[in-house]
Design a protein around this ligand. Structure first.
Ligand SMILES: Nc1nc2c(c(=O)[nH]1)N[C@H]1C(S)=C(S)[C@@H](COP(=O)(O)OP(=O)(O)OC[C@H]3O[C@@H](n4cnc5c(=O)[nH]c(N)nc54)[C@H](O)[C@@H]3O)O[C@H]1N2
Ligand SMILES: Nc1nc2c(c(=O)[nH]1)N[C@H]1C(S)=C(S)[C@@H](COP(=O)(O)OP(=O)(O)OC[C@H]3O[C@@H](n4cnc5c(=O)[nH]c(N)nc54)[C@H](O)[C@@H]3O)O[C@H]1N2
Ligand SMILES: [Mo]
Length: 821
């Protein structure tokens, strides 16, 4: 890292008078009026760093940190609406029926009737419940393991705060894996030796300079790079711009394989191949068939770097398993791409340097392990893994993967676990024969079928029998599948505690709700650029915590006081002392490599900028010498077949990639007679999951008649008498919802989209539990991807829809609880 790149951002002062910032500021007239005084402060978020104008104790306006962020996301306009949301959790609240009937009140959970209590009352109740569950059931009775997209900031990671505090009291059930990449992160270590999904990828500059062909396979980087795990810099967009230019000039061939024309394809205006949903593996097997039978594949690469090709190719040739030859004609009938197009595609792959870029949605479906494994097999047959602009990536749509890393080592975070040597108050490790760790997406199965044995990644898991759930930093009533099934499960629970700043459906289905503040009501530090490690950003408290909300740190300190562990929990440090200590540790680690000023100077400047790192090529070292740099697979080579997986004896993940029919599938697949449409619940363009859905003005920019949009092909709509802007009822055997029709040619016939994260707002059960806003997880299927990963299968989902003609109900998702006096 050259010393010249290490520069501090000049003039990003935190509390400078507004006049210093110049006149060319913001938007609305009210914001303009407020500019005459007040201060500007820098903070961060998943959506990027920004300056906020604070006047009269309120955030009046937000604008991007344009010195670094040249491609800020529109979603910055939703931030004020999060702070000042009418759905903010204002006070500690307890569910009325639970107060009266305690563990026998599950049948009315979700009726949203709450009473206000004091902080002391609420925390006493929380503590009482922790005591009860440990006494009566032990650690297998408590689930506190779910994680999610808590706000940015390394110190205030709310899930870490909750888990450390609750963990000091007693042990609990934890999870493994996540909803994002559950299938991918489990299969890929067997195939390429790492999760691949969370690994740094070949630099964009190398791809743009060297690729002749790029295949965008189920990926939408233009939409999905708007947000980052840490504070996002949006550096990837500069590369996407370069790529767009090259496409326009015909210098690079970019082809998308996707059931819909997504935002990236609309931006690039590149070639697009429609494929039937959930059928990529059939398509890919036929591609392998062509590469093999036309002798186009790289035999040398397969021999030097791979194992298990023979078993796999025997299956492709129809000599094993189902004895069906995986010809282009066979695949065409399933995937909807013609046999000739499949042949052309295979020939294109070997016509020059070809980079495959996969997204994640394709593995969030039944048998989601298979397309990822099969993608690696195709890349191996093409023989360019480890070359600049060749091979395969599983992450270029995510958090600045592909932007070179500077090598700066970011600060540590608040510890999630107990300090070494420390024991919980209830020092009990007896999980009564239940598993203490479960695959993340199977937690609702646990509530419904405790004691059931399932198979998972080479092990047996006994689903635990938990009675109490503590939730912080995730929103299961958005993220999990099949609402009506969840409702059945939640009835069985004795106690649900949620720590939140906004009244999500998860709050509605809880018994105790504790008001946290947002990240803009506390001080923190964060890495700037999740994978690029561009620098460090100071997150200044913009305003004091609203209503009675407190920081998660404060809440958990007060909880641990109740069992005499607060000093240990906080290590005797305040918020600012923690920030200083994390910073000091980071400065020490980077000494000699990256110059960091004293904390106070950093805090005033707000941003440390270490520039851009050196370009890099994934798997280049393995290619150079597979003996010295083996992969992390059992053999050290690319495993086209895996003995280890074969030995597990699973039905839906066998020793090499295979085509498996889905439980339900549109386009002539199972169930499509009754429910002919595929519902894809992709990630939202104007939200981060459910976050920002309650941001009112911003929601109004995309909602249709106040409802979540459902994107429909114009001919499909016409056939049902649906016009743009109509209300539509979407349904299947699992549930139903209302959404607002947006007609678009980007969607082929037979495919509709409702973005995940739309807030759940159900009518009563006697009214059919119709969701009044449009949460797609009313309709999705809740089964494990396979015995290997047991991951979510959210995108295995078929539906029917019609124009809504009934009495239009109000939207019930927003605005908090019904407060009972
Ligand atoms: N149908 C369908 N379902 C899906 C997906 C899909 O593609 N289709 N995608 C899945 C994927 S990939 C993911 S990652 C999950 C995401 O699922 P989640 O991570 O559960 O989704 P978020 O909406 O980000 O929920 C985070 C919650 O934490 C709260 N929160 C944030 N910060 C703080 C904090 O500092 N303190 C406290 N106390 N609370 C905080 C927010 O207000 C919000 O309610 O959804 C999954 N669900
Ligand atoms: N704006 C925004 N960005 C985000 C997020 C967000 O909530 N909002 N969430 C972040 C998170 S947590 C995650 S996990 C990632 C999610 O990243 P992904 O899961 O990759 O994103 P999606 O947008 O759900 O899907 C990407 C593409 O896959 C296509 N696709 C779906 N099924 C199939 C299929 O069967 N075959 C083929 N060929 N294509 C298919 C879809 O049509 C879509 O164009 O995004 C991250 N980025
Ligand atoms: Mo995710």
């Amino acid at each position: 890292m050259s010393i010249t790149r290490r520069s501090f951002l000049k003039g990003v002062a935190t509390t400078s008078a507004v006049s210093v910032m110049g006149p060319s500021l913001l938007v609305s007239n009210s914001a303009k009026a407020a500019e005459t005084s007040g201060t500007w402060k820098v903070s961060g978020s998943h959506w990027g760093a920004f300056r906020a104008h604070i006047y009269g104790g309120k955030v009046q306006a937000v604008k991007p940190l344009s010195e670094i962020d040249k491609h800020p996301t529109d979603m910055l306009n939703g931030i004020r609406g999060i702070l000042y949301s009418p759905s903010r959790v204002r006070y500690p609240m307890v569910r009325l029926d639970w107060l009266k009937k305690h563990k026998f009140s599950g049948d009315t959970r979700g009726n949203n009737r709450f009473v206000r209590v004091t902080w002391d009352e609420a925390l006493d109740l929380f503590y009482r419940e922790l005591e009860l569950v440990q006494k009566e059931y032990g650690p297998s009775g408590l689930m506190a393991g779910q994680t999610g997209w808590n706000q940015t900031g390394l110190f205030h990671n709310c899930t870490a705060h909750m888990q450390r505090a609750v963990g000091m009291h007693g042990n609990f059930i934890k999870k493994v894996g996540d909803y994002s990449t559950g299938a991918g992160q489990t299969i890929m270590p067997y195939v390429l030796g790492s999760t691949e999904v969370y690994a740094q990828g070949t630099s964009w500059s190398e791809i743009i300079a060297n690729s002749d062909n790029i295949v965008l396979w189920a990926t939408d980087p233009v939409k999905n790079l708007q947000v980052g795990w840490n504070c996002e810099t949006h550096e990837s967009y500069a590369y996407l711009e370069q790529l767009k230019e090259k496409i326009a000039k015909g210098e690079i061939n970019v082809l998308s394989v996707d059931p819909v024309k997504n935002k990236t394809q609309r931006y690039f205006q590149n070639d697009h191949m429609y494929i039937n949903p959930q059928t990529d593996v059939a398509f890919m097997l036929a591609v392998a068939h062509v590469l093999y039978n036309e002798d186009l594949y790289d035999k040398e690469f397969i021999k030097t770097y791979c194992i298990g090709f023979e078993e796999f190719i025997a299956y492709v040739q129809g000599q094993t398993k189902d004895n069906v030859e995986k010809t282009p004609e066979w695949a065409a009938a399933i995937c909807g791409v013609s046999a000739d197009q499949i042949r052309d595609f295979a020939r294109m792959l070997v016509s020059g340097r070809t980079q495959l870029l996969f997204g994640w949605c394709i593995q969030r479906q039944e048998h989601g392990e298979q397309p990822y494994w099969m993608g690696a097999v195709i890349a191996a047959m093409v023989g360019q893994i480890g070359l600049p602009g060749g091979g395969i990536s599983y992450g270029h749509h995510y958090s600045s993967i592909g932007v070179p890393s500077t090598g700066f080592a970011g600060p540590g975070a608040f510890p999630r676990n107990l300090d070494t040597g420390s024991k919980p108050k209830w020092d009990n490790n007896d999980f009564k024969g239940f598993s203490s760790v479960i695959p993340v997406a199977r937690w609702v199965d646990s509530i419904l079928e405790p004691g059931k044995k399932i198979r998972y990644n080479g092990a047996d898991v006994t689903l635990p029998d938990f009675k109490m759930v503590v939730i912080s930093g995730n929103n299961p009533w958005h993220h999990h599948q099949d609402r009506n099934r969840m409702k059945q499960a939640f009835r069985k629970l004795h106690t649900v505690v949620t720590i939140e700043f906004t009244w999500t459906a998860t709050c509605r289905f809880s018994d105790i709700v504790l008001p946290a503040c947002t990240q803009w009501e506390r001080n923190d530090i964060d890495v700037y650029g999740s994978y690029s490690n561009r620098g460090l950003v100071a997150m200044h408290r913009l305003v004091d915590p609203l209503f009675q909300s407190k920081t998660d740190f404060q809440i958990m300190t007060e909880l641990t006081e109740r069992f005499g562990r607060a000093d240990e929990y906080t290590r005797g440090m305040t918020e600012m002392e923690w920030l200083r200590s994390l910073y000091a540790e980071c400065k020490k680690t980077n000494a000699g490599k990256f110059e960091m000023p004293e904390f106070d100077e950093f805090w005033e400047k707000s941003v440390l900028d270490f520039g851009t790192g050196k370009p890099w090529v994934r798997h280049a070292d393995f290619r150079r010498d597979p003996e010295i740099n083996p992969l992390g697979t059992p053999s050290g080579f690319i495993e086209i077949s895996s003995r280890k997986i074969g030995r597990y004896g699973y039905e839906h993940c066998q020793e090499h990639p295979m085509w498996f029919e889905k439980t339900e599938r549109s386009h002539g697949g199972p169930g499509s007679d009754k429910y002919p449409y595929w519902l894809q619940s992709c990630h939202p363009d104007k939200r981060l999951h459910s976050q920002m859905c309650d941001s009112e003005e911003f929601r109004a920019t995309y909602a249709v008649q106040g409802r979540e949009p459902v994107y429909i092909n114009p001919q499909d709509a016409k056939a049902k008498g649906i016009k743009d802007g109509d209300l539509v009822r979407v349904y299947n055997d699992r549930g139903q919802l209302l959404a607002g029709a947006v007609l678009s040619d980007s969607y082929p016939r037979g495919v509709i989209r409702i973005e995940e994260g739309a807030w759940y707002g159900p009518m009563s059960e006697k009214d059919g539990a119709l969701c009044t806003y449009g949460d797609p997880n009313n309709l999705t299927l809740d089964v494990g991807s396979s015995e290997l990963a047991q991951a979510t299968s959210a995108n295995t989902c078929i539906v029917e829809f019609e124009k809504f003609t009934g009495k239009v109900p109000p939207v019930l998702s927003f605005g908090g609880p019904i407060e009972v006096m």
